[in-house]
Design a protein around this ligand. Structure first.
Ligand SMILES: *Cc1c(COP(=O)(O)O)cnc(C)c1O
Length: 351
């Protein structure tokens, strides 16, 4: 009785499901979470009533943070719900396809497969940037283009001029979704300024990465008021749990925003230190440029490295299965101590 597309597709492999984490002495550098914890406590204790469908207070705070009108914002259960909501709202089965550019975030494919929407993959070019010429030639029946910026798992940001060219090319025809899950690590690359210029632009945001709140499951869709009003028709009636609203609201106050920004600086400094030292390890072939809180590294033999690191309780994300990423591992930037431990092990694996 199960739909064929559900029976046959390969589901998303979360970092968690790949490595059952039941020890707390593990160094988990596999899911791009923040290593820096903040302590929150709920200051609401009664939950007998439904939450506001879209918390006005939370939207006000996020609107100040991104410098957009409150009418341009929708709160979602993580950016992942945003991906699902947008495909469900715009794509007709059989007629419409989505397009994305591998190697990239796997949830565009997974969500399309679950919803039985066809997808077209146009590989990114050698610099991991958009292959605009090829995209231009393949736009028939495309309804949505997903661009992950900066990109996961490669870590680079996409040339802003290319995104603007794409927005012009697709105006009034195709929705362009920019997934800015990691944008706080290169905030000058954000496209929020263009929301009121291009009516086909949608931006995804999350509190899971720079805000160190992956456990909260809170994200945002930023787009024009017209699209927001349509998405509101499709999203569940009370999507965001009251405890999530409560803690997200605290995370967005001015004091905690400064803490978040300082944590971003700390992680970027750890990254610089780590890359500088990893450059001397000869088990490494290449370290790709990173504008995020993770680095993609090409090794001479990634399988050996991956297994040795696990033995040392350091868990990273294997990318070897991706066509263009053989011998690559994606490593999240941890605390300075975690970076030192990782470096120590990789130095031992060099000769
Ligand atoms: C982590 C990640 C997400 C998921 O964000 P949630 O808000 O935790 O659902 C979305 N897009 C990219 C590119 C990510 O890396």
């Amino acid at each position: 009785m199960i739909r064929k597309n559900i029976l046959n597709f390969t589901p998303y492999k979360s970092a968690r499901s790949l490595y059952k984490n039941n020890h707390n002495d593990l160094i988990t550098l596999n899911a791009n979470e923040s290593p820096i914890t903040s302590i929150f406590s709920l200051n609401k204790k009664i939950f007998n009533k439904y939450p506001e469908p879209q918390s006005r207070e939370l939207i006000n705070l996020y609107s100040k943070y991104v410098n957009l009108s409150t009418q341009n914002i929708l709160i979602t259960r993580g950016a992942d719900e945003g991906i699902d909501l947008i495909i469900r709202t715009f794509c007709n089965k059989k007629d419409d396809k989505i397009l994305f550019c591998p190697p990239t975030y796997d949830m565009y494919r997974v969500t399309a497969e679950i919803l039985d929407i066809e997808y077209l993959m146009i590989n990114s070019n050698i610099n991991w940037d958009l292959d605009l010429n090829k995209i231009k030639k393949n736009l028939s029946n495309i309804k949505i283009i997903f661009i992950c910026n900066p990109n996961n798992p490669t870590g680079n940001y996409i040339d802003k001029n290319n995104i603007i060219k794409l927005l012009k090319l697709t105006k009034d025809k195709i929705i362009v979704v920019i997934d800015e899950a990691y944008i706080e690590f290169c905030i000058d690359q954000t496209l929020t300024n263009f929301i009121n210029k291009y009516n086909n632009l949608i931006i995804l945001r999350t509190l899971s990465k720079a805000f160190a709140l992956a456990g909260l499951r809170c994200g945002f869709i930023l787009t024009n008021k017209y699209i927001i009003d349509i998405l509101v028709k499709v999203i569940a009636p009370y999507p965001i749990p009251e405890p999530v609203i409560n803690i997200a609201t605290q995370a967005l106050n001015s004091k905690n925003l400064i803490i978040m920004q300082n944590n971003v600086k700390t992680i970027i400094n750890n990254k610089k230190w780590l890359i500088k030292n990893l450059n001397k390890c000869n088990c490494i072939k290449n370290i790709f440029n990173s504008a995020t809180n993770f680095i993609l590294i090409k090794f001479h033999n990634s399988e050996i490295i991956f297994k040795k690191l696990i033995k040392k309780k350091i868990i990273v994300r294997n990318q070897n299965h991706e066509k263009k990423l053989n011998n690559c591992l994606r490593i999240t930037i941890g605390t300075f101590i975690e970076c030192k431990k990782l470096l120590f092990e990789l130095q031992k694996l060099s000769f």
